[in-house]
Design a binder for this molecule. Structure first.
Ligand code: BDP
Length: 689
């Protein structure tokens, strides 16, 4: 096995699970009219059952014992009573029941796409050992737009991509449709992902020209049966670059007319086009502020162009200027005052934390602070700051941590994002994809789990990382409970490990310049202060940490009072976030009884030890995993352990050099000198912009 099949492997079941499945999937009955989406559902059920039992069920129209019956509310056979209204437009019910005297399994929904989602859910139940004889499940997505954001350039380089080139073979499109596009759609539909932004947020205007729209339309055609809409990142200055206008001022009528005409053209080519994602006035991208306008002016102009067609604008809040006194505070300062100023088809897309996809950040203070504006949560599935594809880090716990965070403004981040807190009908979640041309799609076997966990949580933000890991491990590696549970334990330990060996105790952005892979806490000479690790950790002889209390930048005051009160005081700040909010002396007493310095060293050590332990646990799983994938993961873990040590040693050597303190008793001295670590250069690291 090489991982290409992802979690849709459908390997033969054994024992009682096999007997049960054989009895419950003898035939497939379609009650409604045929459609490409239904064909996809039937094809997947056939493929899945054939793989799991060795026998492909036939498609018939006769309800007989052991049938799998696909029924929509409109096509439901007589006698089928279900809580249809609760399933909504995309939800499904799976139920074992008696229909016209026959014992059958019903996959029910209000729409064909609901039936497709239900088919995947039923196959998942079959693969993960659910009791099919008493099946009774119901699920509807809590978030409306469940999106992947591809940071794919038109030359197929993927910004922050660690799994090969872009899977969009632009040069050969629109004529040549790679079979991967269909497998991509299947994988996403199996999770409920229903939107994909094809191109990088650092975008080129070319993607909005006729030839490129034709390519996007070809992809949209492949994805349509799977319920996935295509979106594009729009370059704000396109009216100048493509339209020959003098400026792209959002209040200029000529500019507005250009975008309206562009939207009309797009919808002629792609009738169900989703809309635009925009990175504006961020890291050098053009935007409304170039003309003295604000983000709402810019977003609303695009929203006006898309509105007649039902399109939406996802406007990113990832902004920070060199002059800001605290990079973490700027997005809130710029966007919170605009609450209520955005058009109804605009969603502001906010990263999970206020800095930048770090191994750990407190939730972004904008969540809950803009009740009149729907906010999308942007997560980064590709592990730019968490060891690329080589380090095994299961991000489920990171996603869960932010979704469960209580904003102090009436609910958790999940309740902000799913719109229930402020009653927004338009809601979205976005994940920066980790997908590329590698056979295993994600650069490593375990990085598939991050795509999977993202999709499952986008559908249901209340799922736990542990439950998702169980499903994924069973579908991907082994249905034997002991093996599955051992894999899950290893996965669940991995996120805290990376925090420990990279940036413990609330430290952040200590990564090497540009590539963001290895440690470089010493860097202090970049063009912008807020790109320097020294800006973020502020370590010196007298202490370490970024003071975001009233004595410092006061960014903590952007949180709701109940949260701000806790985090403004080092005694009530959880150790995990301590140095994010506070600058403290090295001998500050920690809850563990250690000094801050000793605690820092202990956490770095713990991170390395956890990776060593993950390696041992994986080695013990050898007999349960196919040799190819087992060996591949083992090799990656060996590299991860070596690099966890590198992180630990380089950071400790550096912090020791500024603190002047000796190592706590018994701690292992760094393997090499600080100068050695500093001298390392990585000019050809993958994924840079
Ligand atoms: C940063 C990445 C950069 C992205 C940027 C963004 O390093 O490549 O363009 O985020 O989100 O973390 O726009």
């Amino acid at each position: 096995e090489d991982g290409y099949e992802l979690w849709l492997r459908y390997r033969p079941l054994q024992g009682p699970a096999l007997v049960q499945l054989q009895a419950g999937a003898k035939s497939i009955v379609r009650t409604g009219a045929d459609s490409p989406t239904l064909q996809a559902a039937v094809a997947e059920l056939k493929r899945g059952v054939a793989g799991l039992t060795g026998r492909e069920p036939a498609l018939t129209s006769r309800i007989a014992p052991g049938a799998l019956v696909l029924a929509t509310a409109a096509s439901a056979p007589a006698g089928l009573a279900l809580p249809w209204a609760e399933l909504g437009a995309e939800g499904y019910a799976l139920r074992r029941l008696k229909l016209q005297g026959a014992d059958v399994t019903v996959i029910a929904a209000n729409s064909d796409i609901g039936l497709l989602y239900g088919s995947y859910a039923w196959l998942r139940a079959a693969q993960t050992g659910a009791d099919l004889a008493s099946l009774d499940q119901r699920s509807a997505p809590k978030v409306k737009l469940r999106m992947l954001n591809h940071w794919d350039n038109l030359d197929r380089h993927v910004e922050r991509g660690y799994s090969g080139a872009s899977i969009w073979d632009w040069w050969k499109l629109p004529e040549i449709l790679d079979a991967r596009y269909t497998d991509y759609a299947r994988a996403n539909a199996s999770l409920g992902i229903n939107g994909t932004v094809l191109n990088n947020v650092n975008s080129k205007a070319d993607s909005l020209t006729g030839p490129w729209l034709a390519k996007a339309a070809a992809l949209a055609g492949v994805f349509r049966p799977y319920g996935i809409k295509v979106y594009l990142s729009a370059r704000f200055s396109a009216p100048v670059e493509l339209g020959g206008l003098k400026k792209s001022d959002p209040l200029d009528p000529a500019v507005r007319a250009w975008w309206r005409a562009k939207a009309d053209e797009i919808y002629k080519t792609i009738p169900d086009f989703g809309g635009f994602l925009v990175k504006a006035n961020s890291e050098g991208q053009p935007g409304p502020q170039d003309y003295g306008r604000n983000h709402a002016d810019g977003a609303n102009m695009l929203a006006e162009a898309l509105a007649p067609h039902g399109g939406v604008v996802l406007w990113r809040a990832f902004v920070y200027a060199p002059e800001a006194k605290d990079r973490a505070a700027q997005a809130f300062d710029e966007f919170q005052p605009l609450d209520g100023k955005f058009a109804p088809n605009v969603i502001v897309q906010v990263k999970n934390g206020a800095i930048d996809f770090q191994p750990r950040e407190p939730f972004h203070p904008l969540f809950g602070a803009t009740p009149k504006t729907p906010l999308a949560l942007e997560l980064q599935i590709t592990k730019e700051y968490l060891g690329f594809a080589t380090h095994l880090v299961y991000m489920g716990p990171l996603f869960e941590e932010v979704l469960k965070a209580d904003t102090g403004r009436g609910g958790t981040v999940a309740r902000v994002v799913d719109g229930s807190l402020a009653r927004h009908p338009l809601t979205a979640v976005a994940g920066v994809a980790n997908i590329g041309t590698d056979r295993n799609w994600s650069g490593s076997q375990f990085d598939q789990a991050n795509w999977y966990a993202y999709g499952r949580m986008a559908w249901d933000p209340d799922l736990t990382a542990a439950a998702i890991a169980r499903d994924w491990a069973a579908q991907t590696f082994s249905t034997r409970p002991a093996a599955r549970d051992a894999i899950v334990d290893l996965m669940l330990a991995s996120r805290e490990a990376v925090v420990d060996y990279m940036t413990p105790l609330g430290l952040h952005h200590l990564m090497g310049t540009g590539h963001h892979y290895g440690p470089a806490p010493w860097v202090d000479n970049l063009e912008r202060a807020d790109w320097n690790p020294t800006y973020f950790h502020r370590a010196a002889k007298d202490g370490i940490g970024f003071d975001r209390t009233a004595k410092g930048s006061n960014a903590v005051a952007q949180y709701a009072p109940s949260v701000a009160r806790l985090w403004a005081d080092p005694r009530s700040t959880p150790p995990e976030l301590l140095l994010w909010f506070h600058r403290l002396p090295w001998d500050h007493a920690m809850p563990s009884g250690r000094t801050l310095w000793a605690e820092l060293v202990a956490r770095y050590d713990r991170g390395v030890a956890t990776v060593a332990d993950m390696r041992r646990r994986w080695a013990a799983l050898g007999p349960h995993i196919d040799a190819g994938r087992h060996a591949e993961v083992s090799a990656y873990l060996a590299q991860q352990e070596r690099e966890a040590r590198w992180w630990r040693d380089a950071c400790i050597a550096y912090f020791q050099s500024v603190s002047g303190l000796s190592l706590p008793a018994g701690a292992r001295p760094p393997e090499r000198s600080l100068d050695d670590y500093k001298a390392q250069r990585f000019p050809y690291a993958p994924g840079k912009g």
